[in-house]
Write a protein that binds this ligand. Structure first.
Ligand SMILES: NC(=O)c1ccc[n+]([C@@H]2O[C@H](COP(=O)([O-])OP(=O)(O)OC[C@H]3O[C@@H](n4cnc5c(N)ncnc54)[C@H](OP(=O)(O)O)[C@@H]3O)[C@@H](O)[C@H]2O)c1
Length: 291
């Protein structure tokens, strides 16, 4: 008998489910897309039960859950609740993916870009905007790869908190908090770094050109901010492996193409099994395997 159609259940923490995520789901080949907005840990349980108590275990790899929305912490809370209500010991489980605000796929694409030019096991990185959802994930992946990672924030305590979280998940992590609140902090933070990733809020300049130009060891610079002005002055949003004064540069659109490919590939993976839980590390691994 023919396989059942694939169904992607989109659980969005915003009132209106993301059109962006819906378009990508369709383009990734999900045959049916059930979209729910305003999802919280309090109202998600019947949605999970609807997934796992309908099709039998042998068909549940054809149903999957995508958790999204603009608030990454809210998405993480929903994902944690969803996991509590799966019953994998009886086969009643579906695969899960978290990509609130595109944070996982964006971070995975940025680190994949860096990996094309540097040995991440030996890289010395600086992640600006390191306290945000994207920056935290970039820093996590870089630390997991084995290099030394400085995490920049305007407030040292916020950067320290990110370091602690990463150390709790990656015990071998070489992470260090740096305060980058004033213009004089930049040169010190960049000193000796061969990779910088700017993951600051949209439209904020985190690295002025004169500071970047003075960074003698810098080899790769990646700016994830697509809203002018650029987060790293002098990088264009469309830069993709563009050499600028001896530094390989990527802008947000240059990384965004890979992000889209990763997003679609991960949705495809969801339908291979009914037990996958695809968060930052798994999403990055899928990204690394793409051509
Ligand atoms: N290309 C894509 O597909 C894609 C997808 C998702 C996101 N993005 C982009 O990736 C970047 C990071 O996203 P996100 O959601 O993690 O960002 P975010 O949470 O909005 O901001 C990240 C960090 O930027 C710092 N920041 C905020 N306002 C600032 C200001 N006025 N001046 C200097 N620093 C400031 C904050 O750190 P501190 O307060 O600790 O300093 C904050 O934690 C954004 O530019 C976003 O647009 C791109």
């Amino acid at each position: 008998m023919a396989e059942k159609p694939t169904i992607l259940v989109q659980l969005d923490t915003d009132p209106l489910p993301s059109v962006f995520d819906r378009v990508v789901a369709v383009d990734a080949g999900a045959q049916y897309l059930f979209s729910y907005g305003g999802v919280t840990p309090q109202n998600v349980v019947p949605l999970v039960h609807g997934c796992i108590f309908t099709r039998g275990p042998k068909d549940l790899h054809r149903t999957a859950i995508f958790v999204g929305g603009s608030d990454v912490a809210a998405g993480e809370a929903v994902l944690a609740e969803v996991k509590k209500h799966l019953i994998p010991q009886y086969g009643m489980s579906v695969s899960l993916m978290l990509d609130s605000n595109g944070a996982n796929t964006t971070a995975a694409a940025a680190v994949r870009a860096a990996s094309r030019h540097l040995d991440l096991g030996a890289a010395r990185s600086l992640v600006l905007g390191g306290s945000g959802p994207v920056g935290q994930r970039v820093a996590h992946l870089l630390a997991k790869a084995g290099g030394s990672v400085r995490i920049g924030s305007r407030r040292r305590d916020r950067a320290e908190a990110v370091c602690m979280t990463i150390r709790s998940r990656v015990p071998s992590a070489q992470v260090e908090a740096v305060e980058v609140g004033s213009s004089s902090d930049g040169p010190r933070a960049l000193d000796g770094r061969n990779l910088v990733v700017a993951a600051g809020a949209a439209g904020t300049v985190l690295l002025p050109k004169k500071v970047r130009d003075a960074a003698r060891d810098l080899r790769v610079a990646i700016d994830l901010n697509a809203v002018p002005p650029a987060g790293i002055e002098g990088i264009e949003v469309v830069d993709r492996s563009r050499d600028r004064d001896g530094v390989v540069c990527y802008g947000a659109i240059g990384v965004g193409d890979t992000k889209m490919k990763i997003h679609k590939a991960v949705i495809g993976q969801l339908f291979q099994t009914n037990i996958a839980s695809l968060d930052i590390e798994e999403i990055y691994e899928i990204g690394l395997q793409l051509p």
